[in-house]
Design a protein around this ligand. Sequence first.
Ligand SMILES: Nc1ncnc2c1ncn2[C@@H]1O[C@H](COP(=O)(O)OP(=O)(O)OP(=O)(O)O)[C@@H](O)[C@H]1O
Ligand SMILES: [Mg+2]
Length: 232
Amino acid sequence: MFIEVKQLEKYYGEKENRKRILNQLSFGIKQGDMCVILGPSGSGKSTLLNIIGGLESIDGGEVNVDGITLKGASGAKLDDYRRDKLGFVFQSYNLIPNLTVRENIEICELLGDGSMNADKIISDLGLSEHKNKFPRHLSGGQQQRTAIARALVKNPKILLCDEPTGALDYETSKEALSVLEKVHELYKTTIIIVTHNEAISQMANQVLRLRDGRISKETFNEKPLSAAEIDW
Ligand SMILES: Nc1ncnc2c1ncn2[C@@H]1O[C@H](COP(=O)(O)OP(=O)(O)OP(=O)(O)O)[C@@H](O)[C@H]1O
Ligand SMILES: [Mg+2]
């Protein structure tokens, strides 16, 4: 399995405040699949995504991603892992305000060995007419599209998205999801999307529902819908 999570345990806090956040979680994700993680606030979605992203430590069990064992990996190994394999997209776009769209994307082009061409991504993601603008002159949807392009330019095998549409209105959310769909088709990136939006799950190959740090339901879609087909 491309991403394999086995009996994962995560705790926060010390002594009497110690709280189990992830409880014996096990699942796998196939390479090239889109996986959506749903669940109530506080159920552990971001914690799980951050563990897969090498940003949080593992207290029990195992997480293996593309042959790399994350548990106990050194800081340097995790740095390499994040740089070589992962792209991140968050609810807040985190663009650099005094750089243009093109420059925001270009600085990440330098990070990867097998980076894609920034201009190709800009054109694939429909940003050509905005490439010389500063983030403050873009709509929320355009900023998120830029953030997606920036995450992708180093050609990561995996794109991790935490509430990518959380700050967007209904129409713009649809647009951002079409962009993710396009990325999935064009670059065959494995995509994990954490969201509160149930409708997004119709686009996914795999849907994980979390409740109190456990998987309450796992489903697979034989025929995922495209963003345009979903009745939002
Ligand atoms: N750094 C931390 N220290 C202590 N507790 C934390 C920390 N990060 C998260 N938690 C706790 O872990 C639990 C799961 O948090 P997490 O952020 O993973 O939930 P979530 O499902 O992403 O929620 P939301 O939908 O609100 O984003 C929550 O109870 C939260 O308070
Ligand atoms: Mg969260």
